[in-house]
Each structure stands twice: as structure tokens, then as C-alpha cells.
Design a protein around this ligand. Structure first.
Ligand code: GLC
Length: 544
């Protein structure tokens, strides 16, 4: 697998690969659309709603896990890597989905979860049964004594088995970590990649991509260096960014390169500092790393600009691709983030972590619409999370007994967890389940979502859904949009303005006061009503 001869340097061989300027839509299958009435979304449901994606005009869809799973972590606890959970359908349903997507010119990316599996995975069961010292235990990280590592979900990262040994799980105790120094693990995942490539996927989203290898000897972390779970800004810890990862991803890239394509990977790596991301983006390692750095930001022109500048520089210098992201299944929805006191975004209090916070929904929705026009005008690729095209808010006051995310219990109920952004989508109708399916919904939906359904927004020219459609259509047509460069324009404080050649200007007003528009020929699109020649507060505009 190793090829030490590969020099580091700009990423060379993905040239104008499709993923460099794609708009990718993330489906969280359990919450997208339900065909069989069990209250959980499924692949036939997603197939029936494929025209929603075609109407949006996206280039690709990323399917979060649909593999057999006890759902201890919403499917990121995989019991079988090369099958479909019966809740979600069959492999034939998957094939039908890929074919129907291809017929609409939509590529399909699937999730690969290599850091850990489910405790129900046959190999983990065999390891438990075989006992201490057995070769079966070598596939995982069993030890006689735990170290001091904490789980990303709260609590210790080790659980004791009845025979006295402990196993490592960086996430839930139902998610044992694989031992990536075992050649069997390497070979198994190569087969998993090939299995899905053979079925026609255009790439993979790599879950927890920075943590697969752990430092030899599993040394304790320096007390205090483990920060907030899944958040940027943590210092280096012995289970992240180990050098072997680069070699592994090079070998994966070779596997993908053997297929007609090109086919890519997008890695879930939270990097606080560009220096952490740089090694992955140079040479022929990962095609893409998510750029999550816009997600924790408050609504602030200066803070957005700083991240955009730094990220764009990193992409230019490495030749790598760092798609922009404003939402996914792990973070509170932006329509709510931008609708609370923005100091609480910078420093969430205990009440905020419990969802006890005042939300100005109208303000949040206006800013989220402006942020969408920002996202889709930046150089490079962009990911959209299902429901953000409807302007859905976070369901903050979901009843505690309905919550299912393991983070809720593992943090001793100090953090409500991620269920609020995973609520089944509202498609039509005036009350739950809003057309989600013929049965109920696995998580409750708020009672006041009638105006947010796809059906309610479809024919309203001012809807958030139609804003997305118009922006993606323009992005496809306009020669300046997609991959490329940008130039900042001078702008008053609180305002971002940039141009892209040929002939495109973006202006976003983060501030409280209306500002004059820069010189332009036409208004291509605006996130809210323009008042004559001025750009109102919390509004973005595309100009030519
Ligand atoms: C990733 C997923 C998240 C999951 C975790 C553990 O961060 O996005 O949903 O809980 O990995 O697999």
C-alpha cells in the first residue's frame, strides 16, 4: 500500500474533476422520505423524491449511512458495510436509486465509516467471544487497563467487558474502534470501497477521517487538551492526524483512480488551523476536506471574511478542494444559529446547550438566506444539508423523551444533542407528518411547520426553496461561479463585497443599516427585497 516515491506538492491529478465546483446535497436517509410507513425514511422514499433534487439542480447527493445498524448513533454504528438495512430497503433499491440519479445527471456519494463499527458487527462479537489474547481481539483496541481518553460523546472512551479487558470507543460504547494497524482491517475496507465503486458510486464521504490511527502505546492525553466534542480548536491529541493516515488515503485514492470517473473522497476533518489540513491536501492523498470553519461563526462580516480568506488561500496554495459547508446532521441549523444572540454562538452557555434560548426566527431565516447566497458564490464546491433549502429551524424544544442522539445521555443531559437538525422533512400538508410518509415519524415534528413544506414553498417565488433553485441555476450558467478566484472589494464595516471574473459581484450586508449597492448592470438575485439602490440589513445580492 505504501508508495513513498509520491512527492508532496500541489494536488495534481484531479484537475477539473467534477467535485471541485459541485453543489452536493446531503441526505440523512432516516429523515428524508418514508415509503413504507414505518416512520423512518428509506431508499424507495428517497427515490420517489429524487425530482426534488433534480429541481434544485444539484450535481450530487451524499447519502449518510443506510447500512445495517442497531442505530445506536443514527447508523454511524455500522454492523455490515456492504448491505442495506432492511429499514431502508435492499441493495436492489440502492441500485435503482443510483440509476435514477444518473438518469438525472446526479452523482451519488456514500458514507464510509472506517474509524469504528457497531458492537453488533460480527467481528466485534467474535472478538468478545474469543477472549483476551486471541487474534480476534487484535482487530480492535482491547487493553487490560484503559488510558485517560474521553469519548467525543462524553464520558470515558473505554468500556470494560465481562472478562475484565477494556475496549476503546472514541464515540459511543456501541461503536468499538477498529485497530488500523491490523492488515485485515486495511484489506477489509479496500473491499468495502470496491464494493460500492462497483455499484456505481462517484465517491465517498469519509467519517471521522483524522482519527483512524492511534499513536503507538496509546499514551494518555495531556489533561485539558481534549476540548469540545467535534469542534475545531482542539489541540493535537494522540488519536488524531497520525502520519499513517496520509499513506492510507494515497492507497485509497489509487483504488478510486482505477475506476472510470473521476471518483473522489471528501473527508470529515475538523481542522482548526490550515497547517493541520495542508498535508492531506497536497500530494495525491484526499481529494477534498470539508471546510467546517464557517459553521461555528456568528453573523459577523469580519469573522466570515477571515475564514474565507484563509481557506481560499489554503485551497489555492495546495491545489486541493475544501468545500464550503453551513450545515449538516451534526450541528444546529443555521436558521436558528443566526437567530439567537450572536454572543451565544461565540460562547454557548449551559442554557444554550440545553436549547433554552430565545430565537428570532424571522431574523434567522433572513440571515440564512443571505448566507446561502454567500455559500454558493464562493470559489469551489458547496454542500447543502437537507432541509436547509426549506429554511428549517432547529427543533430546540423537542421533548426530552423523544430525543435519540447518544450525546444527550452520555453528556449527562448537559447537551440536548443533534436530534433537532434531524427531524423528518416536511413535504406537504398542514400537520405532522407533513407528507413524510404514510406512517408517523421517528422523531416528532414541530406543530408549526405547515408554511415550511416543499408544497407550500413550491409556487411562492419568494420562498427559500425557490431562492435555492434560482441560485443553483444561475451558478450553473454564470461563467464566474464555481471553482476559481475572488477579489475583495472595499466595503463599509459589516459588509462583505467581492468580485469574481468575469463580471460577477457578491455583496452581503451583515450589519444593521442599509448600504448602497456598488456599481452594476443587473441584479441577478437577492436574498430579500432590495430597497431601490440599497442593500438592506441581513441581505445578500448577486450583481453583474
Ligand atoms: C461523524 C458523524 C456523526 C457521528 C460520528 C461518529 O462525526 O458525522 O454523526 O456521530 O462521526 O461516527
Amino acid at each position: 500500500m505504501s508508495d513513498k516515491a509520491v512527492p508532496d506538492g500541489p494536488a495534481v491529478f484531479d484537475g477539473d474533476a467534477w467535485w471541485r465546483d459541485a453543489v452536493v446535497y446531503q441526505i440523512y436517509p432516516r429523515s428524508f422520505a418514508d415509503a413504507d410507513g414505518d416512520g423512518q425514511g428509506d431508499l424507495p422514499g428517497a427515490l420517489a423524491r429524487l425530482d426534488h433534487l433534480a429541481d434544485l439542480g444539484v450535481d450530487a447527493v451524499w447519502l449518510s449511512p443506510f447500512y445495517p445498524s442497531p442505530l445506536a448513533d443514527g447508523g454511524y454504528d455500522v454492523a455490515h458495510y456492504t448491505d442495506v438495512d432492511p429499514r431502508y430497503g435492499t441493495l436492489a433499491d440502492f441500485d435503482a436509486y443510483v440509476a435514477a440519479a444518473a438518469a438525472r445527471d446526479i452523482k451519488v456519494i456514500v458514507d464510509i465509516v472506517p474509524n469504528h463499527c457497531s458492537a453488533a458487527h460480527p467481528r466485534f462479537r467474535q472478538a468478545l467471544a474469543a477472549g483476551p489474547g486471541s487474534p480476534e481481539r487484535e482487530w480492535f483496541l482491547f487493553r487490560d487497563e484503559p488510558n485517560n481518553w474521553q469519548s467525543m460523546f462524553g464520558g470515558p472512551a473505554w468500556t470494560q467487558t465481562p472478562d475484565g479487558q477494556w475496549y476503546l470507543h472514541l464515540f459511543d460504547s456501541a461503536q468499538p474502534d477498529w485497530n488500523w494497524r491490523h492488515p485485515g482491517v486495511t484489506a477489509m475496507f479496500e473491499d468495502v470501497l470496491r464494493f460500492w465503486l462497483d455499484r456505481g458510486v462517484s465517491g465517498f464521504r469519509i467519517d471521522v477521517a483524522a482519527m483512524l490511527f492511534k499513536e503507538d502505546g496509546l499514551p494518555d492525553v495531556v489533561p485539558g487538551s481534549q476540548g469540545a466534542p467535534l469542534a475545531p480548536g482542539r489541540s493535537a491529541v494522540p488519536y488524531e492526524h497520525q502520519p499513517e493516515l496520509l499513506e492510507l488515503y494515497r492507497s485509497w485514492r489509487k483504488i478510486l483512480a482505477a475506476y472510470p470517473g473521476p471518483r473522489g473522497t471528501v473527508a470529515e476533518i475538523w481542522f482548526a488551523d490550515p497547517a493541520q489540513a495542508r498535508p492531506y491536501l497536497t500530494g495525491d492523498g484526499l481529494a477534498q476536506l470539508f471546510n467546517f470553519r464557517l459553521m461555528p461563526l456568528p453573523w459577523s462580516a469580519a469573522e466570515f471574511r477571515a475564514v474565507i480568506e484563509e481557506s481560499h488561500r489554503l485551497a489555492r496554495e495546495t491545489g486541493g478542494s475544501i468545500p464550503w459547508v453551513l450545515g449538516n446532521h451534526d450541528v444546529p441549523r443555521m436558521a436558528t444559529r443566526f437567530g439567537i444572540d450572536q454572543d451565544l454562538v461565540r460562547a454557548p452557555t449551559a442554557d444554550v446547550l440545553l436549547g433554552r434560548v430565545a430565537v428570532d426566527h424571522e431574523l434567522g431565516r433572513r440571515r440564512a438566506r443571505a448566507a446561502t447566497l454567500l455559500l454558493l458564490a464562493l470559489p469551489g464546491a458547496a454542500y447543502l444539508y437537507q432541509g436547509d433549502e426549506l429554511g428549517l429551524p432547529e427543533y430546540l424544544d423537542m421533548p426530552a423523551q423523544a430525543r435519540q442522539d447518544p450525546m444527550f445521555e452520555r453528556t449527562g443531559r448537559a447537551f440536548i444533542g443533534r436530534d433537532g437538525c434531524r427531524v423528518p422533512l416536511p413535504w406537504s400538508g398542514t400537520s405532522a407528518p407533513y407528507g413524510f410518509g404514510p406512517g408517523g415519524t421517528w422523531l416528532p415534528q414541530p406543530a408549526d411547520w405547515a408554511h415550511l413544506t416543499v408544497a407550500a414553498q413550491r409556487d411562492d417565488p419568494g420562498s427559500t426553496l425557490n431562492l435555492h433553485r434560482a441560485a443553483i441555476a444561475l451558478r450553473r450558467e454564470h461563467p464566474a461561479l464555481g471553482d476559481g478566484d475572488l477579489t475583495w472589494l472595499d466595503a463599509p464595516p459589516g459588509v462583505l463585497a467581492l468580485t469574481r471574473e468575469p463580471g460577477f459581484t457578491l455583496m452581503v450586508n451583515f450589519g444593521p443599516d442599509a448600504v448602497p449597492l456598488p456599481p452594476h448592470h443587473d441584479v441577478l438575485l437577492a436574498s430579500g427585497p432590495l430597497d431601490g439602490g440599497v442593500l438592506p440589513a441581513d441581505t445578500a445580492v448577486w450583481l453583474s
